[in-house]
Design a protein around this ligand. Structure first.
Ligand SMILES: [Mn+2]
Length: 320
């Protein structure tokens, strides 16, 4: 992986001169942003520094196996830090802190932006943005390697978690030879793959099963080969599931072999969230999401628009 050497040299100097370091994952944290944040947390701890991870939302319970996850604090009290690392955030608003702390994004502070989304606008004073990286943790891995710093088993577990989740357990098309190479090295460093796969992919709450039941019951295919499903506010109420339990459902729906792409529309209060996936090389779902003000990757993207879901019924006359 190619990292910008100027940026890397600046970041090296910044780390050396920093003691209090703030790390910010994106809101509604996933495995990649938590893995990047907690991997950096352990790295800075090992270097004798005082890191803190502060996130807009609490980490979901599935990440309980991750080292130091109990150290993650919710909300932000001030910006009194020597440097600030923002990880896996494709845009400033995804941190959740853009309105309360706009100075995070005006380049007046020592903000390091580590990300792999095509939508990233280089909001940091320093930017390690590699859009063809499978995960943000893979960039963190490369950064640590090129800075000549040590990866212990805790860091290895965190970084492998990001790769594992952002490649859909090595099943998505971003699973390249480089991804496998980095993963092998992280395993050699003692990464706990057993916990990652068991806790994230083989642990399902009853509420999640019931919610996914609704997703599958509501699934249909449109005449132009799009697999769709919907989840309403009532589905969340009835099943007792929360929004984070939708994670992975769209990948499941995307399994229909003839589908061009898949969409799940989810009511979240007075907004509707769309999640898109495709397995087709010629389909760019980020482009489709952008038409609704969203974004993401070519094979996985999403959007949020105000509104509610309403059922549309069509009737037609057929020969008997
Ligand atoms: Mn990511």
């Amino acid at each position: 992986m190619e990292l910008n050497q100027n940026e890397l040299n600046s970041i090296k100097e910044l780390i050396e001169n920093s003691n209090k370091i703030l790390i910010i994952p994106h809101k509604s944290p996933d495995g990649d942003t938590m893995g990047s944040a907690l991997g950096l947390y352990q790295l800075f701890k090992n270097l004798g520094k005082e890191p803190e991870v502060r996130c807009f939302d609490p980490p979901p319970l599935v990440f309980s196996f991750m080292p130091n996850v109990e150290q993650v604090k919710v909300d932000l009290e001030d910006l009194d830090y020597d440097s600030i690392f923002i990880v896996d955030a494709g845009a400033s608003h995804l941190t959740g802190f853009n309105e309360s702390y706009p100075e995070l994004f005006d380049k007046s502070l020592n903000v390091v932006n580590i990300d792999h989304h095509g939508s990233n606008d280089f909001f940091g004073k320093y930017n390690l943005v590699v859009t063809d990286s499978a995960s943000a943790t893979a960039i963190v891995y490369e950064m640590i390697l090129q800075l000549g710093l040590e990866i212990d088993r805790h860091i290895a577990t965190c970084l492998l978690t990001g790769i594992y989740t952002d490649t859909g357990s090595f099943m998505h098309s971003n699973t390249t030879a480089e991804v496998m190479k980095i993963s092998a090295r992280l395993l050699a460093k003692g990464a706990n793959l057993r916990s990652i796969s068991k806790d994230i992919f083989n642990t399902t709450k009853v509420s999640t099963m019931r919610l996914w039941g609704r997703v599958m019951k509501n699934a249909y295919q449109t005449s132009d080969q799009v697999t769709m499903s919907i989840v309403t506010n009532k589905d969340f109420e009835d099943t007792g599931a929360d929004y984070s339990e939708m994670t992975g459902a769209v990948d499941y729906v995307n399994a229909v072999p003839s589908a061009k792409y898949s969409v799940i529309l989810t009511e979240r209060g007075d907004k509707v969230k769309g999640s898109l996936r495709t397995l087709r090389d010629e389909v760019d779902v980020a482009e489709i999401a952008a038409a609704y003000g969203g974004g993401g990757h070519t094979k996985a993207a999403g959007f949020t628009i105000p509104g509610k879901l309403e059922k549309e019924i069509r009737w037609k006359v057929v020969d008997k």
